[in-house]
Structure formats: structure tokens, C-alpha cells
Ligand binder design. Structure first.
Ligand code: ZN
Length: 285
């Protein structure tokens, strides 16, 4: 059964028809307010969603009140160069195995949060983000979707100067500045969308910069889940940023500037809209 989960000012909420319903309230106290705890009860989320007609909504969705649907994952994995055209635009070789890095969980923000630019080399990357439900180790690709509780839109914001400050490059730091992980606006159950064919469109100030589909992934979602689980035990709430299509800013000389608004949309999940604010220089490189 499908469901749509949001984080409304820190409280878990189910979403239907543009309205939110406080999860603790509609579950009669059976589920608490912590969005992290809700991830462990997907069947209950489906049952409660089917019965939302019995309840009055708590309010209308206001994006600025939404936090990241998964606010405190233990780990946030991310995949580099997972689309052929994106590898080509950077003149990079397509990896023989998934190119894995991490984003520090502290970079996560909500769907309408401001993104803080601390240099003139910051870039956008619109991505599908996978949320792990039941954890596991050595997961077979055929079983991988059973370990996924939801899907979100994500922005893998990247300070290219810091990302490539050293050789060989070290992705984690340049992609983990505070505010560099907008996610949301909600987390939908995989059965609520066409999970293998999701179109990802990123615009900056209304100009389309990226327009791809997850069908173009080099390593698909089951392969990524299985690959990671051979190394590390995946836990409920872990996130995987699954890579970005072509059209990033750095290769076009179109890095982010003060006041730019990045919108990232995936059909059936929703839209992030994040305004950039240029602040002091980080002084790292
Ligand atoms: Zn990325």
C-alpha cells in the first residue's frame, strides 16, 4: 500500500491531496512523532494512509515548514558518474564499478531551505534519493526493492573547488558543506511511482539545465543497494543519492550565484526549490 511521508517542523506526517496529517495523531499514538521511527513501519503507514478519510487534516502543505523527510540517517551514500552523458560532459571515464562517496548527514536540509554558497564554484546535481527501510547485509539485487522504504528528490550540491582541491580528488568534503543536501519535499513509497522510469528535471532561475531519466543509470538502484551491502550493513534510514544526469553547471560555465533559485522535480514525488545565498568565503582552497 502506498504512502507519502513528510517532516513538518520535526514531526512525522502523512500527506494526501496537498494536506498533511500528524502521524502520531492519526495513529492514535501508536506511532510517535519522530520521522525516523516511521521508516520502520511502512505497512502501518500504508494502512493509515488508506484510512486518512476518517480524519481532518492538520493543515495544508507549506514547503517552508518542511524539513528533510529523513532528518537523521546514520549514513548518506552517494554515487558519482552514474549516467553516461554526465561522465562524457566531464570527459571522465565511465567507472567499471559504482563510484561511491558519502555526504555527511549534517548537510541535509528541507525542500525549501536556502543553500549557502561559500565560494564561486558551487554546482547543482539533481538526483533520485533512495531511503533504506529494513536494513541488511549481502542483499541480492532481486531482493533490493524489499529493502527500500521510499524515494525522494535530492540535490547533491557540490563545491567544485574543494571537491578537486587535492589529487586524487576527494568528493566527501566538497559535497558536505552545511545546507548541501536538500531533500524532499516528501518521501513516497516506491509503489506510488513508476520506480524504474523517473524523470529528473533541474532548473536554475527557470532555465532547464538537466533533464534525464533514471532509466539512463549505468548502475541501477538494485545494483547500488546490493553493491553497498556487500561492504557495509545498510540500516533503516540510510540514504543513497543515486547520481546525476548531464547538464551540471561547471561544464557550462554556469556555477551558482547569490540569489539563484534551483528547482528540482521528479514526477510523482515533487519539487525542491532552493534559493542560493552567497556568504563569506570558506578559505579552504
Ligand atoms: Zn551527485
Amino acid at each position: 500500500m502506498s504512502y507519502c511521508l513528510a517532516n513538518v517542523e520535526g514531526r512525522a506526517a502523512l500527506v494526501a491531496d496537498g494536506h498533511w496529517y500528524d502521524l502520531e495523531s492519526v495513529s492514535g499514538g501508536g506511532l510517535g512523532p519522530d520521522p525516523m521511527m516511521a521508516l520502520a513501519a511502512p505497512e502501518r503507514l500504508g494502512e493509515l494512509t488508506a484510512a486518512l478519510g476518517q480524519h481532518d487534516p492538520s493543515g495544508s502543505i507549506e514547503p517552508e515548514r518542511l524539513g528533510p523527510p529523513v532528518p537523521r540517517p546514520r549514513n548518506v551514500y552517494a554515487i558519482g558518474l552514474n549516467y553516461q552523458a554526465h561522465a562524457d560532459e566531464g570527459a571522465m571515464e565511465v567507472p567499471a564499478n559504482p563510484l561511491v562517496f558519502t555526504k555527511f548527514p549534517s548537510c541535509l536540509v528541507g525542500p525549501a531551505a536556502e543553500v549557502e554558497l561559500r565560494s564561486d564554484a558551487v554546482d547543482y546535481e539533481g538526483e533520485l534519493v533512495v531511503v533504506i527501510g529494513p536494513g541488511g547485509k549481502d542483499i541480492e539485487p532481486d531482493d533490493a526493492w524489499d529493502h527500500i522504504v521510499g524515494l525522494m528528490v535530492g540535490q547533491d550540491i557540490s563545491d567544485r573547488a574543494v571537491q578537486f582541491a587535492s589529487k586524487p580528488p576527494h568528493f566527501d568534503l566538497g559535497k558536505s558543506f552545511d545546507t548541501f543536501g536538500p531533500t524532499g519535499p516528501v518521501m513516497v513509497s516506491p509503489d506510488a511511482v513508476d520506480r524504474d522510469r523517473l524523470r529528473i528535471v533541474t532548473e536554475v532561475n527557470g532555465e532547464v539545465r538537466q533533464d534525464g531519466t533514471t532509466e539512463q543509470m549505468i548502475f541501477d538502484v538494485p545494483t547500488l543497494v546490493s553493491y553497498l551491502s556487500r561492504v557495509t550493513t545498510l540500516s533503516t534510514g540510510d540514504l543513497i543519492f543515486t547520481g546525476t544526469p548531464d547538464g551540471i553547471g561547471i561544464t557550462q560555465g554556469k556555477v551558482l550565484a547569490d540569489g539563484d533559485v534551483i528547482t528540482t522535480h521528479i514526477d510523482g514525488i515533487g519539487t525542491l526549490a532552493n534559493r542560493c545565498v552567497r556568504s563569506s568565503d570558506h578559505g579552504v582552497c
